[in-house]
Write a protein that binds this ligand. Structure first.
Ligand code: KG4
Ligand code: ZN
Length: 337
């Protein structure tokens, strides 16, 4: 192992994540999940999230350093998510990260959360390098990105309405499966038949774009009608059919981009990439086409501090000296914009 020691902080949504990287090796990565706090509201409550980050951040940073076996003085830099995300949640991590960097006299890097997701495969696979096509699918974003070089990204397409994770979350809520919806539908689907209901796959004519709002309407209409007619299928069959519709589109559009760009590597990031069926389908398709697949372990797909530190390690390696301490969060930050 070698390379700079960087502490990464992630607080853009409902997970407080802190990690220590040595170069691209993860020395420690810890998480304080707020899932239980938001569960009873059926979604993330911004004010609750910000308060929970305030409580978690300091002990979690301490734990990350202890687990990594290093003293704060040994850190070479601090990396912290600058956006996109919930403004209050972002501000907690950002203020903490800047103060820590200032007190230690080391540079601070304000990182784009989505660039963090793009970097995650690099933490899992030594041989992963650009050019690659990467599918990013999380609760707030769904994008297909052509990674031409480190830090050189072209967004090829994305969702025109709901993000893939949002579709999982909203449909799970409608079906009474709880929050977060992705893992709930994933679990429920294991016993289900994915061909039970043929839900729509939208935007066939736009190769790299997604739309999930039509699926939502279609599921709601279907379930209401089936209930009235007394023809409701097993819930697991509905879950598996919803999952298959989302997975089909994500896989198809990603490989459209692989064909269009001619790249030989496919990566993935964001919470939805934790989906078992999606991972299985990507593995089959990559194998069939003979392209390399770089989807990290699920703990690096969902939000974490390591991916944020990874972007800063890359910046340091490229000779960057850090960002201005007077900088601020940017809740609306957009990759490639
Ligand atoms: O990247 P992430 O942890 O946070 C955001 O940046 O949004 O993604 C969270 C999203 C949620 O919508 C959640 O339902 C979804 O990822 N998700 C999943 C799975 N695990 C998390 N979706 C489908 N299957 C899963 N196993
Ligand atoms: Zn995320």
């Amino acid at each position: 192992m070698s390379g700079p020691l960087v502490l990464g902080i992630e607080t853009s949504c409902d997970e407080t994540g802190v990690a220590v990287l040595e170069g691209m090796s993860v020395r420690s990565s810890v998480l304080a999940s707020q899932v239980e706090m938001h569960e009873r509201f059926g979604g993330v409550v911004p004010e609750v999230a910000a308060r929970a980050h305030v409580e978690a951040i300091r002990p979690l940073a301490h734990q990350a350093l202890t687990n990594a076996g290093i003293h704060p003085d040994q850190l070479d830099a601090v990396a912290v998510t600058r956006g996109p995300g919930l403004v209050g949640a972002l501000m907690v991590g950002f203020a903490f990260g800047k103060s820590l960097a200032y007190s230690l006299g080391v540079p601070v890097f304000g990182i784009d959360h989505m660039e963090g997701h793009l970097m995650a495969p690099r933490l899992s696979f030594d041989e992963y390098e650009p050019p690659a096509v990467v599918i990013l699918a999380s609760g707030g974003h769904s994008q297909i990105v052509h990674v031409k070089g480190w830090g050189d990204y072209e967004v090829l397409g994305g969702t025109i309405d709901d993000a893939a994770g949002e579709a999982f979350d909203k449909l799970a809520r409608f079906m009474g499966l709880g929050y977060p919806g992705g893992p709930a539908i994933d679990r429920d689907s294991t016993e289900g038949d994915p061909t039970a209901v043929d839900f729509p796959r939208a935007l066939k004519d736009r190769p790299f774009d997604f739309s999930f709002s039509g699926l939502k309407t279609s599921v709601v209409t279907y379930l209401e009608k089936a209930k009235d007619e007394g023809t409701l299928p097993e819930r697991a069959d509905v879950s598996a059919s919803i999952q298959e519709a989302i997975v089909d589109v994500l896989v198809e559009k990603t490989f459209n981009a692989v064909e269009a760009t001619g790249v030989e590597r496919v990566g993935g990031g964001g919470g939805v990439l934790a989906n078992r069926r999606l991972r299985e389908r990507f593995a089959e398709e990559a194998d069939r086409r003979g392209v390399g697949l770089f989807i990290p372990e699920t703990s690096l797909c969902t939000d974490n501090g390591a991916m944020i530190a990874g972007v800063a390690v890359d910046r340091l390696n490229a000779g960057h000296e850090g960002d201005d301490l007077r900088g601020d969060v940017d809740p609306g930050l957009r990759l490639g914009a």
